[in-house]
Ligand binder design. Structure first.
Ligand SMILES: CC(C)=CCC/C(C)=C(\C)COP(=O)(O)OP(=O)(O)O
Length: 371
């Protein structure tokens, strides 16, 4: 059986990933990740074996580096993003923290195949609005009892509720009364300048899933429930950066078809990458979450609790989980790139680039590194 016919096999699993790895080792090896037409290469994507933890206590992770660093572009996106946050009213009184967190830099690092500040800004608005949903409705201090009541209207802000005429104006007024809803709606409006309807539908789907996960976390929080490790990992796939990663093509100025995005093999690879990116958040945000009241949800804490190990061991095991996900993505994305469209190749490269930019941002952002 040829390599190509094996590549069209049904949904990949771990054993298939191993088979692909073995096959690729025998073949002239394709690039570790597919290269986009803008020259995103893998030469910069060298990964290094695990080393001693850095000063922030996060172990060396198997992850590409950021594929570009353009501080001026990041600053421009960040300045415009903070202005927008002020306009829509999110993080009132806390905009200095938002500026310092530097989400504009995250967009610049994570989307190296676009140097258009307005496209990066559109993606940044979506990310910040999704973050605000979490910060306002879910995180420390929020009332879990109100979570569902908040998330329904928040979703309706991005997938408009079409009410009978006599109620429509009143509903619009209600949407405008909550800054998170205003932010979500405004962000989607901006993105629609660049995204095709299918890409917007994709984003709405990913955000709906994210909100389901917010509800799940709220349920854990209100019951004081510590999830099992698999339960937590399945949760982190849906409470993840996938809504951000899903914009790789819209930001890059091309469109992956719904059929390829929805291909179970693509879905598997991309969701594993999204989980890995979010575990990076877990590792870097532990310190920030440590001061919060109630149950802490991050993989090291869950592992330490459920597997009865030390906090340091929880961190090490989390890093291993992260690395396995990234390695699996790397192998499966390389295989998928052999048979997919040029858009899929570029998208998979974009996801890889997102991983590198995400890690670089987390390691430097004051959101996770303040004294
Ligand atoms: C930008 C985006 C899609 C965010 C949604 C999910 C989310 C808030 C994270 C993946 C970050 O997780 P966490 O709740 O731990 O966030 P912080 O550590 O508070 O930044």
């Amino acid at each position: 059986m040829s390599l190509l016919s094996r590549m069209t096999a049904p949904t990949a699993r771990h054993d298939v990933a191993q088979l692909v790895a073995a096959l690729l080792a025998e073949q002239p090896r394709p690039r570790a990740v597919p290269t986009g037409p803008t020259g995103l290469g893998t030469s910069a994507a060298r990964v290094t074996p695990r080393r001693e933890p850095s000063s922030d206590g996060v172990p060396e992770l198997y992850c590409p580096p950021a594929l570009r660093d353009d501080p001026a572009l990041g600053r421009e996106v960040n300045d415009r993003l903070v202005d927008w946050a002020g306009e829509v009213g999110i993080y009132e009184g806390r905009l200095d923290h938002v500026r310092a967190a530097d989400f504009g830099r995250l967009m610049m690092l994570a989307h190296p195949d676009s140097d258009d500040p307005d496209r990066l800004l559109a993606a940044g608005k979506c990310a910040l609005a999704e973050w605000a949903t979490d910060d306002y409705y879910c995180d420390d201090g929020a009332d879990p009892e109100q979570l569902g009541s908040h998330l329904g209207p928040a979703y309706a802000a991005i997938d408009p509720a079409h009410l009978p005429l006599r109620y429509a104006a009143a509903w619009q007024k209600e949407v405008r009364e909550d800054p998170v809803r205003v932010a979500l709606r405004s962000a989607l409006e901006h993105l629609s300048r660049y995204a095709e309807p299918s890409q917007l539908a994709r984003l709405r789907h990913e955000v709906a899933v994210l909100f389901v996960a917010y509800g799940q976390e709220g349920s854990w929080r209100s019951r004081g429930h510590m999830p099992t490790v698999p339960e937590y990992l399945a949760h982190r796939q849906i409470n993840s950066f996938l809504p951000c990663i899903a914009l790789a093509d819209a930001v890059g100025g091309y469109a992956l078809t719904a059929a390829e995005y929805g291909d179970p093999r693509v879905r598997r690879a991309v969701t594993m990458a999204a989980t890995a990116a979010t575990l990076v958040n877990d590792l870097y945000s532990m310190t920030k979450e440590h001061g919060t009241s109630g149950v802490e949800f991050n993989l090291p804490t869950v592992i330490a609790d459920r597997e009865r190990c030390s906090p340091r061991e929880g961190i090490e095991r989390s890093a291993e989980v992260h690395d396995e996900l990234v390695r699996t993505y790397e192998v499966e994305a390389a295989a998928l790139a052999l048979t997919g469209s040029p858009q899929l190749r570029r998208f998979l490269a974009g996801v890889w680039a997102w991983l590198g930019g995400n890690r670089a941002w987390h390691s430097g952002s004051p959101r996770y590194n303040s004294a």
